[in-house]
Design a binder for this molecule. Structure first.
Ligand code: AMP
Length: 116
């Protein structure tokens, strides 16, 4: 897959407000927050452009790491008890802008349904 701005954030070549990091994932504040808490959680490997590239035999541990990070960050940011939303946009109709798999963690307010 081709490089995105997220690859540069992973390499710390451009700044981001990092809230969580381990060997598999990086999480940072979204630059255009849609809620009081809006974090992007991304795998460090440049292998998955979208969730539709997911293959069970190759990527199960990556998805586990994303969900594990989301739950930990929600606790760290004190939104775990009241609840939050996890979103993965896929492709043009899904509203995806950056083609490096990422999960949005949104919280700190009541979310609307259906989403726009
Ligand atoms: P998506 O529309 O699901 O592809 O989400 C991409 C997200 O990346 C958007 O919510 C953008 O606001 C966010 N974004 C783009 N560039 C940056 C950046 N340099 N730092 C933090 N968030 C960014």
């Amino acid at each position: 897959m081709s490089e995105t701005i997220f690859s540069k954030i992973i390499r710390k070549e451009i700044p981001a407000e990092i809230v969580y990091e381990n060997e598999a994932v990086l999480a940072f504040k979204d630059i255009r927050p849609q809620a009081p808490v809006h974090i992007l959680i991304i795998p460090k490997i440049d292998e998955l452009e979208t969730i539709k590239d997911f293959q069970k035999d190759k990527h199960t541990s990556i998805l586990s790491s994303l969900f594990e990070a989301a739950n930990q960050i929600a606790k760290d940011l004190s939104i775990s008890n009241e609840g939050y939303r996890l979103v993965i946009n896929c492709g043009a109709n899904g509203g995806q802008e950056v083609y490096h798999l990422h999960m949005h963690l949104l919280g700190g307010r009541k979310m609307n349904w259906p989403p726009g």
